[in-house]
Ligand binder design. Structure first.
Ligand code: 9D3
Length: 227
């Protein structure tokens, strides 16, 4: 029996997590005991009437910051020996398949800390965070969707979550070229025909065509992958 990876999430928007993580592969991973997910409302670790989690920056400037106390208190309650604390923020290093692979080690547990407002009090980084991740160069309203993206990418890499076939295909594929064009039935749809080579039965030609098409699509859409 493999040990469940435990992921705790600290968020101001626990409601956002209900749907996406209760479907499909992530749901199955939890049902099979491979993943234990817990979503926590950060406001639970506030003590004032207004459940304050933010405050103004020293030195002035626009916007509000996540104040340190609720986050430190929550972490003290939630983290264990093997917990890695990860901040989700636009200022983090860019999340990638390689980063997902690092995080998906079955002996890691994670505490994902998601933000809102302009950012975190720097002492959260200095004294709490092991890592800080962004999911890409676009501005979202908060870190809840990024946390779900990280959970999704990680979960499918945990041992036993995908079938052996799918895992193996994944390994041979990631970080190469983009996918070649694929077709299924019908052979003609609204006047659009499947390329003749694919129905030729000539597997050498099919393979060559697929390599060429993958290279073409990659240079068009993702020249950075060819470098
Ligand atoms: C002017 C500074 N802004 C950064 C671009 C402030 C800011 C905007 C939006 C601070 C936080 C947010 C909310 N986004 C996240 O918390 C976030 C995020 C994102 O917006 N894009 C990609 N990855 C991430 S991870 C967390």
């Amino acid at each position: 029996m493999i040990r469940a990876v435990k992921i705790d999430v600290l968020t101001l928007f626990p409601g956002m997590f209900a749907g996406p993580l209760d479907e499909s592969i992530i749901k199955r991973a939890q049902e099979r005991g491979l993943l234990e997910l817990r979503i926590h409302d950060l406001r639970r670790w506030t003590h004032d009437r207004h459940k304050t989690v933010d405050d103004r920056p020293f030195g002035g400037g626009p916007g509000m910051l996540m104040k340190p106390e609720p986050i430190f208190e929550a972490a003290a309650a939630l983290r264990r020996e093997r917990t890695k604390v990860i901040l989700l923020s636009p200022a983090g290093r860019k999340f990638s398949q390689a980063a997902a692979r690092e995080l998906a080690r079955p002996d890691n547990d994670l505490l994902l800390v998601t933000g809102h407002y302009e950012g975190f009090d720097e002492r959260v980084r200095e004294a709490l965070a092991d890592d800080e991740l962004s999911i890409g160069d676009y501005v979202l309203t908060n870190g809840a969707l990024p946390a779900m993206v990280v959970i999704d990418a990680l979960t499918r890499l945990l041992p036993g979550v995908l079938g052996d076939d799918e895992s193996a295909r994944d390994e041979s594929f990631s970080e190469g070229l983009l996918e070649y064009p694929q077709y299924t039935r019908p052979a003609e749809f609204q006047g659009m025909k499947v390329p003749a080579v694919l129905v030729s039965g000539d597997h050498a030609r099919i393979e060559k065509w697929r390599r060429e098409q993958a290279a073409l699509r990659t240079s068009k859409n993702r020249p950075d992958l060819l470098k």
